[in-house]
Ligand binder design. Structure first.
Ligand SMILES: *Cc1c(COP(=O)(O)O)cnc(C)c1O
Length: 220
């Protein structure tokens, strides 16, 4: 059995059935993705639009591609014909652009609003009140997008109590959002280093790269 298949099996056996595993394949070659695909994995995450497009072109078409990176609005058009879920939406302007590009392909693109929960300044995202503002704004006039949940990235730290604090704050906020927005069912939290804790705090979707494919040679 290959290492990738082994890693996938181990992770899948350790997470609850309702949690979706996104295999983060950024910087990894087509052959690695094909190996994971052969092991049954169908959901993959990339953080650069151009890299995702070229992988989409080469790989089986029943793969669901998730864009997990920070979005450059002028590049949304390159993935609008196939992207399944966009995790990192952090402005109304970006939602409008996604809607416009989705319309051209007669699609409805699912989006997650990225909440800023980490202490680090480098992590993108919206404050909780900005998320509420977007949800109560004129998004109803954007028929080609569907906001299906939130995404959060915790601080890069081994301090479990800090991670716990960040994950649970987003869980509590997400629970209040769900009451008013029943279409919001996805909470994307957790990576290789912290996904068990994220799941304990209500994550329904984990984004795991290095624990499946091994360490990346560079960290864009
Ligand atoms: C790279 C990346 C991941 C996966 O990171 P690992 O630590 O390799 O599991 C998850 N989410 C986002 C947004 C990423 O950019």
């Amino acid at each position: 059995m290959s290492t990738i298949q082994n890693n996938l099996d181990t992770i899948k056996a350790s997470i609850p059935g309702g949690v979706t595993l996104v295999a983060v394949s950024k910087t990894k070659p087509i052959s690695d993705i094909q190996e994971a695909y052969n092991a049954g994995q169908r959901v993959f995450g990339e953080n650069k639009i151009q890299e995702m497009v070229s992988k989409y072109d080469e790989l089986p078409k029943d793969i669901q591609w998730h864009m997990i990176g920070h979005l450059q609005r002028n590049k949304v058009k390159y993935m609008a014909h196939f992207v399944d879920l966009i995790h990192g939406v952090d402005s109304l302007k970006t939602l409008k652009e996604i809607n416009k590009q989705a319309q051209k392909h007669n699609r409805i693109i699912k989006c997650l609003l990225q909440a800023k929960i980490a202490m680090e300044d480098s992590k993108f995202g919206l404050s909780f009140s900005e998320i509420e503002t977007i949800l109560s704004s004129d998004i109803v006039e954007l028929p080609n997008i569907k906001i299906v949940g939130c995404m959060g990235m915790a601080t890069f730290t081994s301090d479990t109590s800090q991670l716990q604090k960040e994950f649970s704050s987003l869980q509590r906020f997400f629970d209040t959002l769900k009451e008013k927005n029943p279409q919001m069912t996805i909470l994307s939290m957790g990576m290789s280093g912290d996904y068990p804790l994220a799941i304990e705090n209500g994550s329904t979707m984990i984004r795991v790269g290095s624990s499946i494919f091994g360490a990346r040679n560079y960290n864009p």
